[in-house]
Ligand binder design. Structure first.
Ligand code: FES
Ligand SMILES: [Fe+2]
Length: 358
């Protein structure tokens, strides 16, 4: 049976009293590399936020609004002590407090805007929202040691989707689409993907899907990065958490390695997918891809990143088309098939984590 989706415009939400998103979670707000000398404005979970660094490089996130005449602070400039509004020059620190009003000696205490909790780790900026007025994080932001692993080189990017986050979760938890959507990069024979040896497990807050596709032809992204001898054994290990999904895919020469050995060689692509709602119906997709180069690390990385980007652009077209058609055929039932086991589990987790405080 299909797990329920709560998407405005697609199904009836009139009796739904929960928040649109799980709030007691760390969400990826940006790649570290996106916040440099310039402020970064981004709407996250319906909150317009501006991120910036002070002179010591520490990262802050405050409401993207000047409390004087409401210009977005993201159109201002970053200084050593904070961010200066681009209209009449009020300067705000990282707690959202105004610390200077040009031409006025007194700065009223109420000259302030809201601030958000952020942590920077492993090349990501994480943000915690919290529920029921409690904005203190319950746990530390997740670590992602792959970005510091000397076997790997990595790069990343940020995509914007005109589609709700749940459809991106569905897409990433069901890789049977790879053979149909991604022929030019990571595809291969569609039937190999549809008939993959697949196991789905999980608990209250996570889902794991493991897929093996033995004795298959290596797809273009694989052959351009690694000297395979012929057919390969492929794997995909998907680890879903409510705000991000890690997907380790790769291949070895057929029969040359145990696919359950964590130190297996071959060609690796380790994807990190931060899926952060912008609104109920639009999403940020903040991703990285790491690979283990056999030679020419920068050349291999450039090729893997370019092909990953191409692959994700293919997904974006499908998911945005899918969403538009769901709106046209709203309230029409959808069925589940065998490939949906992981995605349905994830949907149930997300529904359970939505809180009752709106
Ligand atoms: S609107 Fe920001 S200082 Fe006036
Ligand atoms: Fe895809």
């Amino acid at each position: 049976m299909s797990a329920q989706l709560h998407i405005p415009g697609v199904n009836d939400l009139s009796n739904d009293k929960t928040t649109s998103f799980p709030l007691n979670q760390w969400y990826i707000a940006a790649l570290s590399s996106e916040v440099d000398q310039q402020p970064l404005g981004r709407t996250l979970l319906n909150h317009p936020v501006v991120m910036f660094r002070d002179s010591s490089g520490d990262i802050y996130a405050i409401e993207d609004r000047c409390c004087h005449r409401s210009l977005p602070l993201s159109s201002g400039t970053v200084e050593a002590k904070g961010i200066r509004c681009g209209y009449h020059g009020m300067l705000y620190n990282g707690s959202g407090q105004c610390i200077e009003i040009p031409g006025q000696a007194m700065v009223p205490a109420k000259a302030r805007v809201g601030a958000y909790t952020v942590q920077e780790k492993d090349g990501f900026i994480w943000m915690w929202f919290g529920s029921k007025g409690n904005h203190a994080p319950l746990v530390d932001a997740p670590s992602y040691p792959i970005h510091g692993d000397s076997r790997y080189v990595w790069g990343g990017d940020v995509f914007h989707y005109e589609a709700p986050y749940q459809l991106i979760h569905d897409n990433l938890l069901d890789l049977s689409h790879v053979g149909y959507v991604h022929q030019k990069t990571i595809g291969g024979t569609p039937s190999i993907h549809m008939n993959a040896d697949m196991k789905t497990t999980g608990d209250d807050v996570s889902v794991q899907v493991v897929r093996y596709m033995r004795d298959s032809l290596p797809p273009p992204t694989y052959t351009s990065a690694y000297p395979f001898g012929g057919k390969i054994d492929r794997w995909a290990e998907i680890d879903f958490q409510p705000t991000h999904i890690k997907i380790w895919t790769g291949g070895v020469d057929a029969g040359s390695a145990d696919l359950t050995d964590p130190s297996r060689g071959g060609f690796h692509m380790r994807g990190f997918h931060g899926i952060t709602p912008e609104t109920e119906t639009t999403s940020h997709y903040i991703w990285s891809i790491a690979t283990n180069p056999v030679s020419d690390p920068q050349g291999t990385l450039a090729s893997v990143v370019a092909q990953t980007k191409y692959t994700f652009e293919e997904d974006k077209v499908v998911i945005e088309d899918q969403y538009q058609n769901m709106l046209r055929f709203k309230d029409k039932p959808m069925i589940s098939i065998h490939v949906d086991a992981g995605a349905n589990r994830a949907r149930r987790i997300m529904e359970k984590l939505r809180t009752f405080d709106r």
